[in-house]
Design a protein around this ligand. Structure first.
Ligand code: SF4
Ligand code: SF4
Length: 496
């Protein structure tokens, strides 16, 4: 089409056909182009090292923290005891009946991630995601043993030799040691760490323990050593739906095209008039752990690590131009012909930010309130379904109940049970002597850290029952701590 001519329908059809042809030539699967990220220093790199050290430090040491819970209780500060059906978090013991705390924490974490993403983009991906942290660590090992980007590229292009084999062998051995330490540390959150470590090292551990250590070793080695950025690009669902949290005010690593273009090589002494600040050195591409060019605009592969910011700031320092050609900026700031004018208020007081913050505050408050009101005793009452009731020889009606006391303390406790609702009724506890008239307290006992189960029979004279279903209340008082627990049920009788 000649210059200046308007596109016609025929031209558009030809173009579409040509695009279709080009697409048809492309294979359905494009092989991975290996990424060789270059070493870079700078503010964000130092920040990434700091977060990496904190995350790995916590991950490897937390299972070794101890917490005295008294005799017959695990002394590991954080432990998910699956066989014992308990979660331990320092002084807090979570029972299976309280699993809603874990669900609440997960919802809280997800909302926090939404809020951070809507404000600062993919900070989680670039700094704290385990895939990023371990890939960074594996890359550091690779750099120590094989050199920086160019040395690694040359090494991979060399034909196989004993020296290359030895170098690669050392790298993979180091990766496997880190992977084994990672897999080993993961299982320590589920078993007593010192005991399990001794057992693993002496060959005395169970087959299940070896299996899970092996599984997590393998996944760490494959995902951080081999798959690397492909996990973020192809396997992780987060990049796919994070866009729902973004808007034009979300801060993200951005190439300020309005300042960088038109790009081009620049020699010392050349002027800057009529051109952009980008000197097309490709340093930002070479340091990128996912191998993309941020100058092409926002891309799903970008994990917001900001290493390209460090690289470009170094280049700008060298060529004497202001820093910040690539920077944490809003989408608007990256494309606007003028520097952005958005204020802190316009960035923080956005509807989506306020909604996420409100939801986070609500879930956090509910969790705190539930935690503050948490008691050391709980009850559950299950009325017999078959038979629903029994008519005794004296004409009175009897209902059976399975009554459970959750004693969450580490001592045996005595409890007083008061049942109310039917005047003249009596209660008998299977295994205990005598019957107790309703209105008087039934004494029960529960061993430490157990669910004590009792069979209760409530009998009521026919005349005391006004309807087929009469409300029945169970009120339990812990005679040691004074904690109470209530439950409501019904007493069923035949039709009159
Ligand atoms: S590092 Fe900066 S100057 Fe160099 S190519 Fe990237 S954006 Fe351009
Ligand atoms: S483009 Fe920049 S911020 Fe994005 S992944 Fe690459 S180096 Fe990190």
């Amino acid at each position: 089409m000649p210059d200046g001519a308007l596109p016609t329908a025929t031209a558009a059809t030809d173009t579409a056909a040509s695009v279709r042809e080009q697409r048809a030539d492309r294979p359905l699967y494009a092989g991975r182009i290996k990424v060789y990220p270059k070493k870079i220093g700078g503010l964000y790199r130092r920040l990434k090292w700091g977060v990496l050290a904190l995350c790995l430090g916590l991950y490897y040491t937390v299972p070794w923290l101890r917490w005295d819970r008294g005799p017959n209780a695990p002394d590991q500060a954080i432990l998910l005891d699956l066989p014992g059906a308990r979660g331990y978090f320092f002084g807090v013991e979570i029972w299976p009946q309280e699993i809603y705390f874990l669900a609440g924490l997960m919802i809280f974490g997800a909302l926090a991630l939404f809020l951070v993403s809507s404000l600062f983009g993919r900070l989680w991906c670039g700094y704290a995601c385990p895939q990023t942290v371990w890939t960074d660590l594996f890359l550091w090992v690779e750099r120590q043993l094989e050199g920086d980007r160019n040395a690694r590229i040359r090494l991979d292009q060399q034909p196989w030799s004993w020296a290359r084999l030895a170098g690669k062998g050392a790298k993979h051995a180091a990766w496997l040691i880190i992977a084994a330490a990672t897999g080993g540390a993961w299982v320590m959150y589920y078993v007593d760490a010192p005991t399990a470590t001794r057992a693993l090292l002496t060959g005395a551990a169970s087959a299940e323990l070896y299996f899970f250590v092996g599984l997590f070793t393998l996944t760490t080695y494959v995902l951080a050593g081999w798959a690397r950025e492909q996990v973020c690009t192809y396997m992780c669902p987060w990049p796919r739906f994070q866009a729902a949290m973004f808007d034009e005010q979300t801060l993200t690593v951005t190439y300020r095209a309005w300042r960088g273009e038109p790009r081009g090589k620049h020699k010392a002494g050349d002027g800057w008039l009529g051109r952009g600040d980008c000197v097309d050195c490709r340093q930002c591409v070479m340091v990128c752990p996912t191998g993309i060019d941020i100058r092409d605009g926002q891309q799903m592969e970008c994990i917001n690590c900001a290493l390209c910011v460090d690289a470009c700031n170094g280049v700008m320092d060298k060529v004497g131009r202001p820093r910040g050609l690539i920077a944490f900026d809003t989408l608007l700031g990256g494309t606007a012909a003028q520097p952005r004018t958005s204020t802190l208020a316009s960035r923080f007081l956005r509807p989506r930010v306020l909604v996420y913050a409100a939801m986070l505050a609500a879930v956090g408050s509910i969790l705190l309130a539930a935690f503050a009101l948490r008691t050391t005793v709980e009850v559950s009452v299950l009325r017999d379904r078959s038979p629903v009731f029994v008519t005794l020889s004296d004409g009175s009606i009897r209902n059976g109940y399975t009554f459970k006391i959750l004693n969450k303390t580490r001592e045996a406790h005595r409890y007083g049970l008061d049942i109310g609702g039917i005047p003249g009724a009596t209660v008998s506890v299977v295994g205990a002597d005598g019957v107790t008239p309703i209105g008087e307290t039934v004494m029960l006992e529960a061993r430490p850290d157990t669910v004590a189960t009792f069979r209760l029979y409530v009998s009521a004279p026919r005349g005391a029952l006004g309807a087929e279903s009469t409300p029945l209340s169970f009120h339990l008082t812990d005679l040691v701590s004074g904690s109470t627990a209530d439950h409501r049920s019904v007493f069923l009788a035949p039709k009159r």
